[in-house]
Ligand binder design. Structure first.
Ligand code: NAP
Length: 247
């Protein structure tokens, strides 16, 4: 990992900061919480964010007990005010963002597409896709301040055309869109020091994945954390188990 000395401001004091700064969305539980924990173990300063402050601060306090460098900020990815607030805060406190993990996501509809409620699809797209794009747009100025910024979108093979099947229309459409957005932005970032990739964490035991899922949250978080810390990574790709896979 590149060690750089920067000035950052915390509690109104400017301090020397030689660690990379990461931000994780939807980090109060599940895969996002575990990505935050593992990034902390990898010597990142991590901004744990959640839409509900109480739940987020509780999660932060648990991680602080392990001696990790975890800050907290509220963030609802569907709320433009909340997005602008955090972008401003990152700029003021750190002046830079090295890693953005777009993890927050919902799976609302499990019905066949023919019986889908369009409002469920709209709600899913707001969180899983439009929220991601709006957050990236707001954070580009601080990502551009990093010499090697990385955006990691937590996606799913349920959004791959090669794996497409019936049901879950909102979720499948949202993750297919997120995969497309990853490639679109990788082209738009071509002349910036920002890479962007999508990750399939696998079927993970969480509130979303359920108790019968195949992988632990630690296994589900692994590829995202590896992409955040690895020396050289590509851009515009879809990863599973630390490998580029077709999607
Ligand atoms: N689990 C799996 O098997 C699996 C498989 C493939 C991909 N994924 C993807 O992995 C990511 C994490 O999933 P998970 O299994 O950890 O799910 P989870 O346990 O249900 O956690 C989802 C997280 O997203 C947050 N969230 C939802 N809406 C939000 C919003 N508007 N703003 C900010 N945060 C919001 C939730 O916050 P609240 O606590 O406030 O609800 C929660 O922290 C998702 O993108 C999911 O699609 C999961």
């Amino acid at each position: 990992m590149n060690i750089r000395i920067r000035n950052f401001k915390f509690n109104n004091l400017f301090m020397e900061h030689n660690k990379k700064v990461a931000l994780v969305t939807g980090a109060n539980r599940g895969i996002g919480y575990e990505i935050t924990r593992q990034l902390g173990e990898n010597n990142f300063t991590v901004v744990l964010t959640s839409r509900n402050s109480e739940k987020g601060i509780e999660a932060q306090e648990k991680l602080l007990l392990s001696g990790l460098d975890i800050k907290y900020h509220q963030l609802d990815v569907t709320n433009e005010y909340s997005i602008n607030k955090i972008a401003e805060w990152i700029g003021k406190v750190f002046g830079v963002l090295d890693v953005l993990v777009n993890n927050a996501g919902v799976l609302i509809d499990r019905n066949p597409a023919l019986q889908a409620d369009i409002n469920d699809i709209r709600k899913t797209m707001e969180i899983n896709v439009y929220g991601v794009l709006k957050l990236i747009q707001a954070l580009v100025p601080v990502l551009e301040k990093s010499s090697d910024a990385r955006i990691i979108n937590i996606s799913s093979d349920m959004g791959c055309l090669s794996e497409m099947g019936p049901g879950f229309p909102g979720y499948r459409l949202s993750k297919a869109s997120l995969n497309a957005l990853t490639v679109i932005l990788s082209h738009e970032f071509m002349h910036k020091n920002i890479s962007i990739n999508a990750v399939n964490p696998g079927w993970v035991k969480s509130d979303m994945g359920g108790a019968n899922a195949r992988f632990t949250v630690a296994q589900g978080a692994d590829t995202a954390v590896w992409l955040a810390a690895a020396k050289n990574i590509p851009t515009g790709k879809f990863f599973y188990n630390r490998k580029i896979v077709p999607c």
